[in-house]
Ligand binder design. Sequence first.
Ligand SMILES: *[C@@H]1O[C@H](CO)[C@@H](O)[C@H](O)[C@H]1NC(C)=O
Ligand SMILES: *[C@@H]1O[C@H](CO)[C@@H](O)[C@H](O)[C@H]1NC(C)=O
Ligand SMILES: *[C@@H]1O[C@H](CO)[C@@H](O)[C@H](O)[C@H]1NC(C)=O
Ligand SMILES: *[C@@H]1O[C@H](CO)[C@@H](O)[C@H](O)[C@H]1NC(C)=O
Ligand SMILES: *[C@@H]1O[C@H](CO)[C@@H](O)[C@H](O)[C@H]1NC(C)=O
Length: 436
Amino acid sequence: MKMLVPLNRLRRRHNISSYLLTISFITFATLLYFEFEDFTCLLRRPLTAARLHLNNNEKEKEKGKVDYDNQMDLPFTIQKTNSSSSSSCDIFAGRWVYDEMARPFYAEQDCPYIQPQLTCQAHGRPDTGYQHWTWQPHACSLPSFNATLMWEMLRGKRMMYVGDSLNRGQFVSMVCLLHRVLPDNAKSWETFNGDSLTVFTAKEYNASIEFYWAPFLVESNSDNAVIHRITDRIVRAGSINKHAKHWKGVDILVFNTYLWWMTGQKMKILRGSFESEMRDITEMETEDAYRLALGRLVRWLEKNVDPDRTRVFFATMSPSHGRSEDWGGEAGGNCYNQTGPIEDASYWGPSTSKSMMRVLKEVFSASKTVPITVLNITQLSEYRKDAHTQIYKKQWNPLTPEQLANPRSYADCVHWCLPGLQDTWNQVLYAKLFFP
Ligand SMILES: *[C@@H]1O[C@H](CO)[C@@H](O)[C@H](O)[C@H]1NC(C)=O
Ligand SMILES: *[C@@H]1O[C@H](CO)[C@@H](O)[C@H](O)[C@H]1NC(C)=O
Ligand SMILES: *[C@@H]1O[C@H](CO)[C@@H](O)[C@H](O)[C@H]1NC(C)=O
Ligand SMILES: *[C@@H]1O[C@H](CO)[C@@H](O)[C@H](O)[C@H]1NC(C)=O
Ligand SMILES: *[C@@H]1O[C@H](CO)[C@@H](O)[C@H](O)[C@H]1NC(C)=O
């Protein structure tokens, strides 16, 4: 059994400055293209952010207005309650219930941090039903999300999401869930390190929620947050420090990595460095390469993370809904025009590989010293064919007459509208954080 220790015992650290079974290759290329779009928009932010950030911290220290050290830290774990005795309840097994009043937690227009790739209403989505579904585990209820309590828990701490654009969506969802309780002048949003790192800071709480771009977690030739390869992906499956040095000292880590591995081809593994002239590249089955990379992550965690002061989460694969025949829909369709969840409780689409899931389970259960909490969001998301951004997102390139005539052809059935499904991912994260 893992023991969680109240965080007031924890040392503090101040180091922000050092910072598919394949659907088809076409879907994959499209996904990567979306990633690129996301970052072209981030690029327009001022590049002097890092400097500003440091100055602010210095100023705060000087003024000494807030005595953080006298504030009591809330422990990660608070008393178990009836509402979520997770030991007896699998919160990932349940069903979706439509609740017009209880959801969404926030309005799309009230969260300025959502990238235009995920603001579906602003881009003309005609229905809003996808915002109103709430996840009901079979054996218990999820604890209600209390943003103030979450900030109290995060006081003096850093929380970081590390992974691909799906994890970035979850990061933005968390910021949307939490920013509303902060006054306007007490929060900031900045990017660093060639846009690899996005940091949302809550000044009064001296706390940050961050996103770090590393789509394979290990080093790869897709690591540039702005320009990354769509084809010819190569990973250095044993090499993680280049990224991991930016995660050191973080108090809550939330990882994901999956879609980028699913190319339908073997993975190219580089031994040696990307800089060397002679490249020693071997090919490997996707599962084996995934095992290697996740194993590397676990070894890094065991060496660099103190389980008494750090919580580690891993979000499982996010499903895609690119073929309506998979759920018994009409031929030739996809997520476009879908307005409600799949009702078949056993539904599991072909975009989510059971063998990759097995690898994940094996690798993480072998981790003895650092408990990794798996956020098993796959099954609950499988049902949500209605929750994708579809065609209701910023299009960076003009659409062709052929595309316009057939909206399905350019529907995004990978990413998710906000508010929406990913708020539930954070709700289960919240549940696991307070009631592990
Ligand atoms: C703010 O939090 C960091 C850890 O993220 C800590 O090192 C630093 O001392 C804190 N600053 C203050 C003023 O408490
Ligand atoms: C739930 O809490 C109530 C008191 O708040 C208690 O009487 C009851 O026994 C609890 N039920 C379970 C299953 O723990
Ligand atoms: C949320 O948490 C704060 C801080 O612990 C507490 O004061 C407040 O009553 C909570 N709100 C609700 C609705 O439970
Ligand atoms: C989408 O739904 C609308 C209204 O229900 C219908 O008119 C249209 O034909 C549908 N389009 C596709 C591609 O299914
Ligand atoms: C996640 O849940 C699915 C069933 O919904 C299960 O088959 C799978 O093994 C779980 N994965 C992990 C890593 O626990």
